[in-house]
Write a protein that binds this ligand. Structure first.
Ligand code: BTN
Length: 285
């Protein structure tokens, strides 16, 4: 099934009604003018129940692998924080891929554009990164997940000048690329509906993960490409989502072959051996 923009719809996902999303936003939405990082805010004692934290700017926005995330005025910086009742750390593996699909669909519905996905979860428009996602967790006793925090940074309405210099080759905003600004209220609404659906799939309450995987595959620009793999070391006892680029191992040659059932990237090395990469990053050569 496809919609007007050519995107396959995920037909049996839990679609939360407008009134449920409105009610959720009314009770759970915190909008700050400035914060260090919305993900850090969600990890703090200020947050005790499921909530959404958005800020107009972040003084210490964080990206994956210990990087900074440029977070000046004009972008859309938000974290969804959930307190699952009964989820174990290993069940979080598909989270990143599910979120990439959710954010893509929300952007498509609010802005009428269809970005592609660069594995694992960067969204790309006209060759430039317009969105990054940082999914983290806080673990409690016995590997039980206490909190799931999904931080999303979307380059919505920054003007082109914000991406001058070294960023200009890599990133841009939807406004700079399309000449059209994004209605952030519409984006917030669409994104919240999508994230509630993802959370319900993650908790096994509804929806079909396979449809998200099919959607991901059909929008993943990494597949079929020659890639370089950046495989960071995972610190002992750390959530693999908090990996840092201390001792990255770089494998210069591989082809991205497929996406597995947990959104891992199946790669083939020149000696024809295959491996599934679950964490890390790739660059397309
Ligand atoms: C990446 O591309 O490496 C991930 C970027 C994630 C950025 C978002 S913005 C909202 C949330 N707060 C943060 O500090 N980071 C995430």
């Amino acid at each position: 099934m496809t919609n007007g923009a050519g995107t396959a719809l995920i037909s049996d996902k839990m679609n939360f009604s407008e009134s449920v999303v409105s009610e959720y936003l009314k009770n759970r939405y915190i909008f700050l003018s400035e914060v260090d990082s919305t993900n850090e805010f969600c990890k703090s004692d200020s947050v005790e129940k499921d909530c959404i934290v958005r800020a107009m700017r972040q003084s210490r926005g964080r990206g994956r692998m210990g990087r900074k995330f440029f977070s000046d005025d004009g972008g859309f910086y938000i974290s969804y924080c959930f307190f699952p009742e009964n989820l174990r750390a290993e069940e979080l593996l598909p989270l990143t891929g599910l979120c990439a699909v959710a954010v893509l669909q929300a952007i498509e519905s609010a802005a009428g554009i269809c970005p592609s996905i660069k594995w694992t979860n960067d969204l790309i428009l006209s060759g430039k990164k317009i969105c990054g996602i940082l999914a983290e967790s806080v673990l409690g006793d016995g590997g039980k997940v206490e909190r799931v925090i999904i931080g999303i940074g979307i380059n919505t309405n920054q003007n082109a000048k914000c991406f001058e210099g070294e960023l200009s080759d890599i990133a841009s905003s939807i406004l700079a690329l399309t000449g059209k600004g994004v209605d952030e209220d519409a984006l917030l609404f669409a994104l919240t509906g999508e994230m509630l659906s993802v959370y319900s799939v993650l908790c096994g309450k509804s929806g079909e993960k396979q449809q998200y995987i099919d959607f991901y595959r059909s929008h993943c620009e990494t597949l079929g490409k020659n890639i370089k793999i950046l495989k960071p070391s995972v610190a002992q006892g750390k959530d693999p989502r908090e990996i840092y680029l201390e001792k990255p191992e770089i494998f210069p040659l591989a082809v991205a072959v497929d996406i597995d059932d947990c959104f891992g990237l199946i790669v083939r090395y020149p000696d024809m051996k295959e491996e599934t990469i679950s964490f890390g990053e790739v660059s397309i050569r």
